[in-house]
Design a protein around this ligand. Structure first.
Ligand SMILES: Cc1ncc(COP(=O)(O)O)c(C=O)c1O
Length: 372
């Protein structure tokens, strides 16, 4: 393809494919070294092109959080086992999920008898048996059955339901991914959270169940969770692209490099200290500020504080240029400015395609972000 990063329209997102592949390789290598399976989460990329690279590097399958992601992978030819880590409850969503289970190799996640029975009934109607993972709440307080005996007896009940087959347990410690920057403190909390998953394994075994899969972990906990006894696989997602929030997490920012960037253009310069770019609310996600973090994208090539982004409306971003920035480094009209997004998942979701670039900025692939 004869296109260079300097020629792509703005605002856009680009992925540095060399860095992406290095991140994929590193995570796969780490998992191999600790003998833990890797089932990366596709929520950060939603893309069969990237999923295939992860599988080729050794992933046992993928995780998806939305039906659209499952569709993008299954219809995109990814034929490794997919774990749908979310739940659906409406009749139409159940039917859509079952179509995917039939076409691909898709495991579902359950946390209630009622939903399990609804899915089992729909599966029986289609002559299907659904493989399920029982989700255990290990502290995020989102979905998931209460741990220990409750989770085990629910898994047992569901395993006896015609149309369902028990495969294992999931305990995603989402509340610990970015909240504790210091590795040792995070490790302690992860061990405490996952002891609930371990207790659930123990109780399930007492009932004669054999959890063949025990899945947990994200990018912020990957090198803790993968080494927790009982865990058979981890499901990190963001590590392939990283973002400004994850850069602040001890070890992670060193282990994996940013491969996802926002490219914007300067559309107006107002005096020495204010520059307007074409990247506003519609082009970069800023929601982290709602939960008390710095949710702003970070300009590449500038020290912290030299350029500060703030939204200036749907299509505008306002950059405050610090006084100390020399005139030669101040962005000029028409310049392109590269940013690291604050949150990769929600930023990717704003775009219909990404530009995959190699060294010297050559665009190798323009990849649709299918079925957002
Ligand atoms: C269930 C589940 N698993 C795995 C992940 C991956 O986490 P991360 O992108 O932080 O690696 C997420 C992210 O939200 C998730 O919800």
């Amino acid at each position: 393809m004869n296109l260079n990063i300097e020629e792509i329209p703005t605002p856009s997102i680009v992925i540095d494919l060399d860095i992406l592949e290095e991140n994929i390789r590193k995570m796969a290598q780490y998992c191999r070294s600790v003998k833990c399976n890797l089932r990366p989460h596709a929520k950060a990329h939603k893309n069969p092109f990237v999923a295939r690279k992860q599988i080729e590097a050794g992933a046992v399958g993928l995780c998806c959080q939305t039906l659209e992601e499952v569709e993008a992978l299954v219809l995109g030819g990814v034929n490794s086992e997919i774990l749908f880590t979310n739940m659906v409850s409406t009749k139409t969503a159940i039917e859509r999920l079952l179509t995917l289970c039939k076409n691909g190799d898709v495991m579902i996640t359950l946390d209630s008898l009622e939903n399990g029975e609804n899915l089992a009934r729909a599966a029986r109607h289609r002559g299907l048996v659904l493989d399920f993972i029982l989700e255990v709440n290990v502290g995020q307080n989102r979905t998931g059955s209460e741990p220990g005996e409750e989770a085990a007896s629910l898994a047992f009940e569901l395993s006896r339901t015609e149309g369902l087959r028990f495969r294992g347990l999931m305990g995603y410690e989402g509340h610990l991914q970015t909240s504790i920057p210091e590795f040792d403190k995070r490790k302690k909390e992860v061990h405490s959270a996952l002891s609930k998953l371990q207790k659930s394994i123990e109780e399930a075994r007492k009932l004669g169940l054999d959890p063949e899969i025990v899945t947990a972990g994200g990018s912020g906990t990957y090198n803790i969770t993968a080494e927790v006894p009982g865990v058979t696989e981890i499901q990190p997602g963001s590590y392939i692209v990283m973002d400004a929030r994850y850069n602040l997490i001890d070890t992670l920012g060193r282990d994996f490099k940013n491969s996802l960037f926002l490219i914007s253009s300067v559309v107006s310069t107002r005096g020495d200290d204010r520059v307007i770019i074409d990247m506003g609310w519609k082009a970069c996600s800023l929601e982290y500020q709602i939960i008390g973090y710095d949710g702003m994208p970070k300009a590449v090539g500038y020290d912290p504080g030299e350029i500060t982004y703030s939204p200036g409306g749907d299509e505008h971003g306002i950059l405050k240029i610090a006084q100390g920035v020399e005139a030669s480094r101040r962005p000029k009209l028409g310049d392109r400015i590269k940013f690291i997004p604050s949150h990769c998942d929600t930023t990717v979701n704003l775009y219909s395609k990404f530009y995959g670039v190699r060294k010297k900025g050559e665009v190798e692939i323009v990849c649709p972000i299918a079925r957002r």
